[in-house]
Design a protein around this ligand. Structure first.
Ligand code: HEM
Length: 149
């Protein structure tokens, strides 16, 4: 199995990077929709349209992309376990990835609350929330490409 993964390592990495680009696109867009949704009147045409957009973005892009990013990332760790030994950059990267997965959970919860017209958060809250995946993504890419420690 490790030999097979080793032979296709760069293909696995390519699929991993495609998955993380899709995941980040959804993670940066979903809270933006929440900013507009927080000011929309519950039951209005705008609110109902945003519900559909949020549900589809989460279900058809964000969730599958996160799962693929994890699967292909873990496959690379399995194929190349040395990467975890003493490589501070990979440890820092995985910490930020776990935090990012936590933010994913918060976005999924808010998608559900908006769908039930139960949102109690302000547009300002979602503007701030929108910055968190951005900062985590910048950190992850710097750790995995520049490997500063
Ligand atoms: C979801 C869990 C994740 C795991 C388990 C994981 C794990 C890995 C591993 C083991 C590598 C190969 C490193 C190498 O061989 O040099 C890698 C490469 C990479 N990862 Fe992830 N990763 C995850 C999420 C992410 C996220 C969220 C991003 C970006 C926001 C990201 C961006 C990258 C990039 C750009 C590379 C290519 C680095 C290079 O070739 O130099 N990864 N990842």
């Amino acid at each position: 199995m490790q030999e097979f993964l080793g032979a296709y390592y760069l293909w696995i990495k390519a699929v991993h990077v495609i998955a993380v680009i899709s995941w980040m696109a959804a993670m940066l867009y979903l809270p933006r929709l929440f900013v507009y949704h927080a000011s929309a009147v519950p039951g209005s045409e705008l609110s109902e349209t945003l519900k559909i957009m949020e549900r589809r973005l989460l279900k058809f892009i964000c969730n599958p992309a996160m799962i693929a990013a994890w699967i292909f990332g873990l496959l690379m760790l399995y194929a190349n376990p040395e990467i975890l030994q003493g490589q501070g950059w990979m440890h820092a990267k995985l910490l930020f990835v776990v935090l990012l997965s936590g933010v994913h959970g918060v976005l999924a919860k808010n998608t559900r609350l908006f769908a039930q017209d139960k949102n109690a958060k302000s547009a300002k809250y979602f503007r701030i929330l929108n910055e968190i995946p951005t900062v985590l993504m910048i950190g992850i890419v710097v750790f995995v490409i520049a490997r500063p420690f």
